[in-house]
Every structure is written in structure tokens, then in C-alpha cells.
Write a protein that binds this ligand. Structure first.
Ligand code: GBH
Length: 520
């Protein structure tokens, strides 16, 4: 077992096997230099103090630089948005011919969802979408990433489309455009038609990958006259490993698989992505761009020195072997196949060509540092360093606070695969968000988290890492999967009884940041 796996039994395994290619920390060669003495610390502190003693003229100069958006500015035309997903916000599960999804089924199984809730009503976005677009406008965002519910469009997964299926999204898209907000659509954020689960076992079958391609083509044909940015799949690693995994099952469809089955399911999901890319190109209007939104296993150098940085690059490639790497390279890495051995997926060269279809941009969902990585003593690649139990977390147990993930993840993928266009498709945090007596919500911990992560994003863009936009997860509190309504990720607080939306202090923080296009 790798240290990472030992320490975090819940951690999703993105590659089908970190064990074979990582080494225990004892081998890492991370030596703490004993020459780093108190004398050095004192010297460092002295330098800092000297730096703080700035003259009034310097202070004035720095204030001017900031108001011009220099020192802490983001690139001109940087895209600021928010993100949501269909099942988490829409409700209206029986309206206009929508078919059942696997989450309708899963939420009804006993003891799956912490507060025994479901998305039947969610936050009534289906009815309140105009109000919600007004919230986006209030923030000053100019982009919005939402997902389309496959069972609204194809209630049976395949066959005849439901003529009313896209009506809601057309209304939403038109409302966004009328308010100067650019729509970014995700085709799959986990709400698979139940019919495909019943007929094919969902992603266990290639048939589902094909059906996804057909659905993608249909949607592209009907919305890309107005929606120019399309994401195929949200977080392959998450719904596969937690929905079909050998890890504890925490997501629909809630099926345990063998390692061999799991690798085959991973392959079908990657194939579904590739088929969808091709379908969007075949059926989309001119100028449509397409990519994937992946929650990659971010790999952070334990110390920012060349050998550990190099190790983090190698780890980024290997620890994402099941999705991002095969999508970017059109082949499974040798380490991935060697580790899988007899459990490797069955695939053809043609499959790999489809999976590796060129994409126009890469979406990265970045919440936490997945792995801290060191150079091993024998320079044979990389070693995973276990995360200490005392590592800081937000309100969700899994959400470790490691802002440097926001720098290293895009920096490493840009370098590894020469990616020219990256969006941060999700970033955000759960917080306890208790309204004060006057109803206001001072979510200082969320602001702390955002300031730290966005600082690292600004560091990345200022060094030329090609991140062109950021979508905050989430616009408003919503149905947080197995945590039901108990974990809140919104910039707007939602009273789940009255459906009233109230801006949190973080909404004000984000609004100010967007207005200046610079950190605040
Ligand atoms: C995103 O996933 C989702 O895209 C979004 O729908 C969701 O609302 C948002 O984050 C906030 O959670 O077994 O301890 O690892 C984020 C990545 C990976 C986080 C799976 C939760 C399961 C808990 N997720 N993980 S753990």
C-alpha cells in the first residue's frame, strides 16, 4: 500500500494504482538540513521587518499600482464565473417529460444520504432561474457553467429525444445572454438516465459511451448557435471511483466492482468523452470549443526545489493515468498498464484515437492538494508523502486546505502537455455559514480559503500559465450529494424552506475582486 492510500482510505485512485509507482516516505530523500539554524531564521525575519518599513512615497506608489491592477492583477479579459450542476440545483424532476436519473434512485435507497434528502426540489432553479441569473449579474460575473440533465433530453437514454427536454436550457441560455453572461455547458455531471443503468449497467457498457456521444451530438446541434463552450464530462475520477468503486461507495449508481471491471468502466468513460468531443465537432456550429472538466489528482512538490518540482510533474502524469493522461496523450502510460496487469482494460487502437481526440481547452476542478510529492532518493520518479492528520480542512472532512494546488495543477498540466487554454472549472469550499441575528453571513473562513487559492492562481497567470478563467463552486448552496443539504458551498446562502437567497460576505469579496480584476 502507498502511504497516501493507507492514510486516506477514501481517496479516489485516479490511475488504477498508485502503489506500484510510488515509494514510502522513508525512501524519499527528503532530508531536513540541520544547517538551517535559528541564525537563518532570525536573518529572514530581519529582512522581512526591513521590507515592511516602507516610506510614505513607497506606500503611495504601491497603492497606485494596486488600483491600476498591477501587482495583484489577473490578465486582461480573464473570465470570472460561477458553476453549478443540474441535479444539485434544478428540482422539477417530474416536469416536462424528464426521465428518472440514477440519483433519483440512489437518494431513495436507505441510509445513503446523510439527511435523507434528495434533489426533488433542490433549490428550485428550474423555476427561479431568472432570479439566479440576477444573482450572477449582481456578482459582476460574465460567465456561468451549468450542466444539462441527460434524462431531460433523452428520458430513455437513447432513441427519441424529448421535444421539451432542451426548452428549459434554451430559456436559461437566452436569459444569460440577455444579461451579458456567457454560457458554458457541461453535458454530464453525474445524472445518468436510469434507463441506461437498467439496460446496460451504465458505464459498465460501451453502449453507454455510444449513447453519450449521440446525446452530445444532439445537444450540440441545438445549443451551439449560442453556447460556444462545451465540457463533456465532469470529474470522471469522482463518479467512477465512488459510484462503481472498490473504495467505499458514496455515489450513484452504488455498484461494487472488481479491479478489472473498474478499469473497464474507466475506459468506457474516457471513450464516452472522446465520442462526445467528436460529436460536438460534427454537429456543433462553427466556433464551438470543447473540452473536459476533470478533478485531477493534483500533485504538489513538498518543497519548491527543482528535484521535488520535477517529481510533481512525473506524478501528475502517472497519478492521472486513467483519465487525463490518456485523454491528453491518446495512450495509457506504461506504468498504468504494468500496474493493471491482468486487470488492464480491453481496448483497441481506434478507442485510443477517439479518447485522444484533440480538445480546445482543459477544465480543472481544484479543491485540494491530492498528493504531496517528493523526489525519491534513487531519482526513480516520485514518492507520495503522507498527509499529516493535523492538515487544515474546511467544513467537509475531505476538503484539505492547500492553496498551492491552484498553482501546481495548472502549471504542471500546461508543461506536461503543452496545454494552451485552461479554465478552473470549479473551486470553492464548504463552511458552517451560520446567519448572524440580522441574517447576514460572515463566512470569513471561505474568504480566507478563496484569497489564498486565488493568490496562487494569480501567481500562475502572472508567470504565463495559460489559465483564462475561473468558475466558483458554487453560485448558491445546493444539494451536496451524500451530504444532502448539510454542507454549504454557495456564495449565496439558501434557506432551503423558503428558497430565499442571501449574499454571504464572500459574495461581496468575489464582487470586489471581479470589479478590480485583481486580488482583494
Ligand atoms: C465537486 O467534486 C463536484 O463536481 C460538485 O458536484 C460538488 O458539489 C463539489 O465538488 C463539492 O463537493 O471520500 O472523502 O474523498 C469535488 C471532488 C471528490 C469531493 C469525492 C468529495 C468524496 C469524499 N469530490 N469526494 S472523500
Amino acid at each position: 500500500m502507498s502511504n497516501a492510500a493507507t492514510l486516506r482510505p477514501h481517496a479516489p485512485c485516479h490511475c488504477g494504482g498508485p502503489d506500484a509507482i510510488s515509494r514510502p516516505v522513508a525512501d524519499t530523500g527528503v532530508a531536513v538540513s540541520h544547517r538551517f539554524t535559528r541564525r537563518h531564521l532570525v536573518g529572514g525575519a530581519g529582512a522581512l521587518a526591513a521590507g515592511l518599513a516602507i516610506s510614505p512615497a513607497e506606500a503611495q506608489q504601491s497603492a497606485t499600482a494596486q488600483s491600476n491592477g498591477n501587482a495583484r492583477a489577473f490578465p486582461k479579459d480573464f473570465v470570472w464565473g460561477t458553476a453549478t450542476s443540474s441535479y444539485q440545483i434544478e428540482g422539477a424532476v417530474d416536469v416536462d417529460g424528464r426521465g428518472r436519473s440514477i440519483w433519483d434512485t440512489y437518494t431513495r435507497l436507505p441510509d445513503k444520504i446523510r439527511d435523507r434528502s434528495n434533489g426533488d426540489r433542490a433549490v428550485e432553479h428550474f423555476q427561479r432561474y431568472k432570479e439566479d441569473v440576477a444573482l450572477m449579474k449582481e456578482l459582476g460575473t460574465t460567465a456561468y457553467r451549468f450542466s444539462i440533465a441527460w434524462p431531460r433530453v433523452f428520458p430513455d437514454g437513447t432513441g427519441a429525444p424529448n421535444p421539451k427536454g432542451l426548452d428549459f436550457y434554451n430559456r436559461l441560455i437566452d436569459e444569460l445572454l440577455a444579461n451579458g453572461i456567457t454560457p458554458y455547458a457541461t453535458l454530464y455531471h453525474w445524472d445518468m438516465p436510469q434507463a441506461l443503468q437498467d439496460r446496460f449497467g451504465g458505464w459498465a457498457s460501451r453502449e453507454t459511451a455510444k449513447a453519450f456521444g449521440d446525446y452530445a451530438g444532439h445537444v450540440a446541434k441545438h445549443i451551439t448557435d449560442r453556447v460556444k463552450n462545451v465540457f463533456t464530462i465532469n470529474e470522471c475520477a469522482t463518479f467512477v471511483d465512488f459510484g462503481y468503486g472498490i473504495a467505499p461507495i458514496e455515489m450513484a449508481p452504488g455498484i461494487k466492482s472488481t479491479q478489472k471491471e473498474l478499469n473497464q468502466i474507466r475506459h468506457h468513460v474516457a471513450l464516452g468523452h472522446g465520442l462526445a468531443v467528436q460529436a460536438v465537432r460534427a454537429h456543433g456550429h462553427a466556433g464551438t470549443e470543447v473540452g473536459v472538466a476533470e478533478n485531477l489528482a493534483s500533485c504538489i512538490p513538498v518543497i519548491e526545489t527543482p528535484e521535488h518540482i520535477r517529481a510533481s510533474e512525473i506524478a501528475t502524469r502517472e497519478m492521472n493515468g486513467g483519465y487525463l493522461t490518456v485523454i491528453m496523450e491518446g495512450r495509457y502510460t506504461d506504468a498504468f498498464l504494468a500496474y493493471a496487469g491482468a486487470n488492464a482494460p480491453v481496448f483497441t487502437d481506434e478507442d485510443l484515437k477517439i479518447i485522444g481526440s484533440p480538445i480546445d481547452f482543459l477544465g480543472l476542478n481544484i479543491y485540494m492538494p491530492q498528493h504531496y510529492v517528493a523526489a525519491p532518493a534513487d531519482a526513480a520518479g516520485f514518492a507520495l508523502v503522507p498527509t499529516p492528520a493535523s492538515f487544515p480542512r474546511m467544513d467537509s472532512d475531505w476538503l484539505r486546505v492547500g492553496p498551492e494546488a491552484m498553482y501546481w495543477a495548472p502549471r504542471n498540466v500546461a508543461k506536461l502537455w503543452n496545454v494552451k487554454k485552461i479554465f478552473i472549472t470549479e473551486n470553492g469550499a464548504s463552511a458552517a455559514d451560520k446567519p448572524a441575528p440580522d441574517g447576514r453571513i460572515f463566512d470569513l473562513d471561505r474568504i480566507m480559503y478563496l484569497r489564498a487559492y486565488l493568490g496562487q492562481l494569480q501567481r500562475a497567470t502572472s508567470e504565463g500559465v495559460p489559465v483564462q478563467g475561473y468558475f466558483h463552486w458554487s453560485l448558491m448552496d445546493n444539494f451536496e450529494w451524500i451530504d444532502g443539504y448539510e454542507k454549504r458551498f454557495g456564495l449565496f446562502h439558501v434557506d432551503f424552506n423558503t428558497q430565499k437567497r442571501t449574499p454571504k460576505l464572500s459574495a461581496e469579496f468575489y464582487r470586489k475582486l471581479i470589479a478590480g480584476n485583481a486580488l482583494v
